[in-house]
Design a protein around this ligand. Structure first.
Ligand code: HGY
Ligand code: MN
Ligand code: MN
Ligand code: MN
Length: 416
C-alpha cells in the first residue's frame, strides 16, 4: 500500500470543480418549471452524457458507450485488476431536480480523476447507467440490468409513448441493440460497487446528520391497471344504468393508498399515472389506465401486498366494470454489503462527519448491481426531504462531504 505522507498526500476532492460540473450539467435539460427534464435516451440525456464524456476526456480518462447505452469511464491502465465500480445515472424524471443520479455520476468522475493516476490494487471505473428512471421508456434500471445480464425484454418489445422503439433509441445513443450481451460483466469481475446519492427523504435533515450509510434498498412492484366500463352520454344515461370507469378507478386509487396507509400491508403505495378515455366533459368515462407501485423493504411483505391488492381490485368490479392488472416490473429489496458499510462509516467518522445507518426508500442501480458484486451506498441530506421535483436541493458543503466520503471509501477499497 503506498504510504500517505506530507510529500505524497492522499487524493482529495476538488469541491469547486465538482460543484461547477453539477451546475453545468443541470443546465442540460433545464425546463420551464425550474427543474431538469432529461428523460432516458432523449436528446437532453444524450447531451448530458456527451458533457460527462467530454469532461472525462479533458481529465485524461476515456469514455465509451456500451451496447446497452451505459457510459463507461476508465483510466489509462487496464491490466485485468479487479474493478472497483462507481456509478449512478444521468436520466431524470419529468420535471425532476438537478441531483438525483447526476450527483453520483459527477462525484464518481471526480473520484476517478483522483484515483486513476495512482497505484491501486483495483481499477476504479465509473458507469453512468442508462435509463434508471424509465420515465420515457418504461424499463427502469435498463443499463444496470444489462450489465448484470438480466434484461427480460428485447429492444423491440419496449417503446415510448410515440412508438419509438428502444432499438432506435439505443442506436441513437451509440449503443448496439444487436450486441446487448456484450454489455454484461462477468461474475467476479467487479470486486465492489459504490454509489453516492442524495437521500431523497427527510431522515438525515431532520436528525442533523451529514452522511447516511445505506443498509438496504427498497423493493418495488409496478402494475399496469385497466378499468373498463361503458362510455355513454353524460346527460341521458341514468345513474343506475352506468358503468363509469373513472368512478371505479377512484375506488382503485383509494384501495392502493389504503394498502400502505391505514392497512400497512407495505411501506408505501402510489398511483402516479392515470389516463381517462375518451376524456370528454359530457361523456361517461369508458376506460381508465393507471399505474400503481408498491414498495417495501421485505420481499415477502411486498408479495403479500401485491396479492391483497389483486383481491381488492376484484372487489371493485361489478355493474359492468372490469378491472385487470398486470405486473410490469418487480425489483427485489436488497441489503448492502456489511463490510462496505463499515468502510463507509469508518471513513465518514475519520473525516469528522456525523453519520448514521439509513434505509433507502428509493430505488438505485446499486440494487441491480448487487446480483453481481457487493454494494455500498452513501447518502447526503435532501432539503425538506424532497426529490423528483424541481425543488430538490442539497447544500454545497454536504455535496462535497459526500464526495469526500466516496473518495475515502473508494481509496480504502482500491488501494488494498
Ligand atoms: O423511483 C425510484 O425510486 C428511483 O429514483 N428511480
Ligand atoms: Mn429518481
Ligand atoms: Mn436516482
Ligand atoms: Mn349531444
Amino acid at each position: 500500500m503506498p504510504a500517505t505522507t506530507e510529500a505524497n498526500p492522499g487524493p482529495a476532492i476538488d469541491g469547486a470543480r465538482l460543484l461547477g460540473r453539477l451546475r453545468r450539467l443541470a443546465e442540460i435539460g433545464a425546463d420551464e418549471r425550474g427543474g431538469v427534464t432529461r428523460l432516458g435516451f432523449s436528446p437532453e440525456d444524450l447531451r448530458g452524457r456527451d458533457y460527462v464524456a467530454e469532461e472525462a476526456a479533458r481529465a485524461g480518462l476515456s469514455a465509451r458507450v456500451d451496447a446497452a447505452g451505459n457510459l463507461i469511464v476508465r483510466g489509462p491502465r487496464r491490466d485485468g485488476r479487479p474493478v472497483l465500480m462507481m456509478g449512478s445515472h444521468l436520466d431524470t424524471v419529468r420535471h425532476g431536480g438537478p441531483l438525483d443520479g447526476a450527483y453520483g455520476v459527477l462525484a464518481g468522475l471526480e473520484v476517478l480523476q483522483q484515483l486513476a493516476p495512482r497505484e491501486t490494487a483495483m481499477e476504479p471505473v465509473l458507469v453512468a447507467f442508462a435509463n434508471e428512471e424509465g420515465a420515457r421508456f418504461p424499463c427502469p434500471f435498463y443499463g444496470s440490468l444489462a450489465v448484470t445480464g438480466r434484461l427480460d425484454r428485447g429492444p423491440d418489445e419496449i417503446a415510448d409513448e410515440r412508438g419509438v422503439t428502444l432499438r432506435e433509441a439505443l442506436r441513437a445513443c451509440g449503443g448496439d441493440p444487436e450486441a446487448l450481451e456484450s454489455a454484461r460483466w462477468r461474475p467476479g469481475s467487479i470486486a465492489a460497487y459504490l454509489e453516492l446519492h442524495i437521500e431523497q427523504g427527510p431522515h438525515l435533515e431532520t436528525t442533523g446528520t451529514t452522511i447516511g450509510v445505506v443498509g438496504g434498498i427498497v423493493g418495488r412492484t409496478v402494475l399496469d391497471i385497466e378499468v373498463r366500463g361503458q362510455a355513454g352520454h353524460a346527460g341521458t344515461t341514468p345513474m343506475k344504468a352506468r358503468a363509469d370507469a373513472l368512478a371505479a378507478a377512484a375506488r382503485v386509487v383509494l384501495e392502493v393508498e389504503r394498502l400502505a396507509g391505514d392497512d400497512g400491508r407495505c411501506a408505501v403505495a402510489t398511483v402516479g399515472r392515470l389516463s381517462v378515455e375518451p376524456g370528454v366533459t359530457n361523456v361517461i368515462p369508458g376506460l381508465v389506465r393507471m399505474t400503481a407501485e408498491l414498495r417495501d423493504g421485505d420481499r415477502e411483505r411486498l408479495r403479500a401486498a401485491e396479492e391483497e391488492l389483486a383481491r381488492r381490485l376484484a372487489a371493485v368490479e361489478g355493474s359492468g366494470v372490469r378491472v385487470t392488472a398486470e405486473v410490469s416490473d418487480r425489483i427485489a429489496p436488497v441489503p448492502t454489503d456489511p463490510v462496505l458499510c463499515s468502510v463507509i462509516a469508518a471513513e465518514a467518522g475519520e473525516l469528522g462527519y456525523s453519520h448514521c445507518p439509513i434505509f433507502s426508500g428509493a430505488g438505485h442501480d446499486a440494487q441491480i448491481v448487487a446480483a453481481l458484486a457487493p454494494i455500498g451506498m452513501i447518502f447526503v441530506p435532501s432539503r425538506n426531504g424532497v426529490s423528483h421535483v424541481p425543488e430538490e436541493f442539497t447544500a454545497d458543503a454536504e455535496l462535497v462531504a459526500g464526495a469526500r466520503v466516496l473518495l475515502a471509501a473508494a481509496w480504502r477499497c482500491a488501494r488494498t
